[in-house]
Each structure stands twice: as structure tokens, then as C-alpha cells.
Design a protein around this ligand. Structure first.
Ligand SMILES: [Zn+2]
Length: 430
């Protein structure tokens, strides 16, 4: 309390409603007061926080892994309302997860009109036996998100309708199921479902994928909303005229820059395309391994399950997902278009055996100024080197950035060659 008073005296903004309580009864008193009077505040609150006043006692109490032992939230009871479930609809999220959503007869609760609530998943509906036309008690979790608390079964009339899991995706009509058996959520399994388009595009343009700068999430949203793109390959169909229709904030200069970036991205190579295209559970590492092994998209598309599972790090599930992915008609269509637009879909054989870092084990430490570590790693690997995360006696070279610490010391101890970032780039001319 003294600290707060002092901060206030110095001119900091502190909360006006702070109060020093002498005992637990005063704490409860204070909490009761705000339970009844929270509406007089000009911001939303869902409870009070009680803290031990003495710094010394705070230190003695210490912390658990998750929270301090000397402070705790004392929440207000949630306000509840009763309403009728008019409908239960299915929403498909950007990852393909299908979420059932209850649509209510509008009801006023804690400062706003509530018309819908997520029912999360089908287990949730089953456990609570929520049906269309049911009357339900709702409240706002954390004072914000509407939730169904219970079904008022005594109000049932026999006109209630049970809801079943959808047998196909409500957006694309594709197959639905679980990505792995432990998952509760049901997803649309069509990797190129339109519901996933924005997310797919965000991955496609990201730095580790096709690295198309200037196409941020907001612009992607606008492009998709304007229906300029219906699948990722349509990116390569964009032109000045189409982008200019977006209007506000998208001028000729910006358009030229984006189109140039899109053009440049055609040369990124097979491993980038395989990461960008969104094969379930295929990240950068597996994408790279697949590219190295199959060399071209055609080889990979024709690969049998046995060939896929033979690759280190690819288990049964992922092998099956890769196999299924390339047998999806929409995927085939997109890849045909990528070919048509001239996107590079193979790798040269030379990369891994003829680079300037041939077989060298290289590690980097400290803050790099030229480029992020991930990019340096890529350059080293593309030139035949092996990028290491740790310093061992076998290391051939350590690149040091600013404020290097223990790795630098260790390398010195082992007598490993060390170059500063500047020296490294000027020596290897990359
Ligand atoms: Zn779908």
C-alpha cells in the first residue's frame, strides 16, 4: 500500500479502488460491495484481487510454478440468463476444425445482448445433451464469453431436436474426421478447403515458405473477401488490374512491389513449396527431407506409401497423410496450375554435395545482425554444410555475433576456429 501511495504521489496512474483490509471480514465486505456495485466503474471487471500487504511476507510466501502464493483472484459470481436454442450451426475454422455453435433467442446479459455461444465440440454437446429448441441457462465465462451452463430439461415439450456430427464439411462437402485419434475436434480433412484458404495463404507467403513480402494477413483477408483468390495457385494469376480493385491503401507502387515478390517466389524450390502447400503434419524439416529424397513433385506424387515410410522421421500417420494428400483432386488441380505458372517444383542434385561448406559442421552464437539464425542455417545447408545448435569438439567453425556467451567460451576451450559475423560473410562471399 505504501508503494502504491508513493507511486501515486510521483504522478503514476494507480487504481483508485485499492483498499487496505485489516482482516478477512473486511476483504469479504469489500468484495461484496463490488459484486453489487461493479457497474459504476467505467470498465468491465470479473472480480477482485487480494494481496498480502507486506513485501517481507510476500518474499517468505514465494511462488508456485504458476503463480505467487501472496495474491489471489476473488471472482464475482457470474450473472446468468435463460434463453432458447433456436439452432445449432457448424463453423469451420481456419485449421479445418468444425465447431458447433448455438444460436439463441437474443437475451441481455452483463452489459450486452447474447445471441450465440460456442458449444466447443460434439463431446460437449453429448455430455450436456443440448438440443435445438431447448431452454438453457447461460453465463459469461470470465465475464466475457457466453457459455451454456445447463439445459432446463423440465421445460422440454418433445419438439427438441438432437444434433449429430456432420458427415461432410459444411463449407466444401469434403470428408471429415480426426487428424489423430486422441483429438476431440472433428475437422474437414480436405487440405485445400476454402475455410482454410486464408490460413493456407498466410503460410504460403511466410518467410520460411515462399517468402512473399508485402502480403500480410490484413491484405490477404481483403484479397480473399474480394474473391480475387479461391486457391493458393490463384496468387500467380493476380495482376495490376485485379489488385487495383481493392482500392483504399493499395496503390500502383505497392501493387508493383507485390507482383514482383510473387514473381520472385516462383524460384524458391521444391522444399519450400512442400512446406508452403500445407500437407498435414509436414513442417520445414520433413518438407526438406521429401524434396531431397524425391527431387521433383512428380516423383513425390507417384511415391508409394512404402517409400514414404522408409524416410527417417516419417511415421505411419504422416506417411498416410502425405500419400492421401497427393491423391486429392483439389491438390492435383493446384499443383497442375503451379506447373502452368512456372513455379519451380524440383531441386538440382548438386546442392548437398558441391557447396562451399561441404560437410562442414557450423554453429552460430550471439546476436546476428545480417540475418536471422534460421536464414543463416539455410544458407549453410544449401551450400553443403551441417548447421549445429551446440558446440562440440567435432565442430569445424563457430560464427559469433554480439554478446556471445557460453558457446563462444566452449569453442575457445576446444580450439575450434572462430569467425565474427563480418569475417564469415567476407570470407565466404555469401
Ligand atoms: Zn471443407
Amino acid at each position: 500500500m505504501d508503494a502504491l501511495t508513493y507511486l501515486k504521489k510521483l504522478g503514476f496512474k494507480t487504481n483508485e479502488q485499492t483498499k487496505l483490509a485489516k482482516n478477512i471480514n473486511e476483504v469479504i465486505e469489500y468484495w461484496k460491495y463490488w459484486t453489487e456495485n461493479k457497474k459504476i466503474l467505467d470498465y468491465d471487471v470479473d472480480g477482485t484481487v487480494i494481496k498480502v500487504n507486506s513485501f517481507e511476507e510476500q518474499t517468505r510466501l514465494g511462488n508456485t510454478a504458476r503463480s505467487p502464493r501472496w495474491a489471489i483472484a476473488f471472482k464475482f459470481p457470474a450473472e446468468q440468463a435463460i434463453t432458447k436454442v433456436k439452432d445449432i450451426i457448424f463453423q469451420v475454422g481456419s485449421t479445418g476444425v468444425i465447431t458447433p455453435v448455438a444460436i439463441f433467442e437474443p437475451v441481455f446479459l452483463e452489459g450486452s445482448t447474447v445471441q450465440r455461444a460456442s458449444l466447443h465440440n460434439f463431446d460437449y454437446i453429448k455430455e450436456r445433451d443440448i438440443r435445438i429448441n431447448d431452454y438453457v441457462k447461460i453465463e459469461k465465462a470470465g465475464g466475457i464469453i457466453p457459455q451454456v451452463v445447463t439445459v432446463l430439461t423440465e421445460k422440454r415439450t418433445g419438439n427438441e431436436i438432437k444434433i449429430n456430427e456432420p458427415q461432410s464439411c459444411p463449407v466444401c462437402g469434403g470428408k471429415v474426421g480426426k487428424l489423430n485419434p486422441s483429438e476431440v475436434a472433428i475437422r474437414c480433412l480436405n487440405p485445400l478447403c476454402k475455410a482454410k484458404l486464408k490460413r493456407n495463404l498466410e503460410v504460403w507467403v511466410s518467410r520460411d515458405a515462399m517468402n512473399i513480402q508485402g502480403l500480410g494477413p490484413k491484405l490477404i483477408d481483403r484479397i480473399v473477401e474480394a474473391k480475387l483468390i479461391e486457391k493458393v495457385s490463384d496468387l500467380y494469376k493476380l495482376d495490376h488490374f485485379k489488385l487495383a480493385t481493392l482500392g483504399h491503401g493499395v496503390g500502383p507502387k505497392m501493387i508493383s512491389k507485390i507482383l514482383q515478390q510473387i514473381e520472385n517466389s516462383k524460384q524458391r524450390g521444391l522444399d519450400k513449396v512442400l512446406y508452403a502447400i500445407g500437407i498435414p503434419n509436414v513442417g520445414k524439416k520433413i518438407a526438406k527431407d521429401l524434396a531431397q529424397k524425391f527431387k521433383s513433385i512428380d516423383n513425390l506424387m507417384n511415391a508409394e506409401y512404402d517409400e514414404l515410410i522408409a524416410i527417417e522421421g516419417i511415421g505411419e500417420d504422416i506417411a498416410q497423410q502425405i500419400y492421401d494428400f497427393f491423391r486429392n483432386d483439389r491438390v492435383k488441380e493446384v499443383i497442375d496450375e503451379l506447373k502452368k505458372y512456372g513455379i519451380k517444383l524440383e531441386i538440382e542434385n548438386t546442392n548437398s554435395s558441391n557447396g562451399i561448406f561441404n560437410g562442414m559442421m557450423i554453429c552460430a552464437t550471439g546476436e546476428l545482425e545480417r540475418m536471422p539464425r534460421s536464414q543463416l542455417k539455410e544458407i549453410i545447408e544449401n551450400n553443403g554444410g551441417i548447421f549445429k545448435d551446440n558446440v562440440t569438439k567435432k565442430l569445424d567453425l563457430l560464427v559469433v555475433g554480439k554478446n556471445a556467451g557460453s558457446k563462444f567460451e566452449k569453442a575457445k576451450k576446444y580450439g575450434i576456429p572462430i569467425l565474427t559475423e563480418e569475417e564469415f560473410f567476407s570470407k565466404y562471399k555469401i
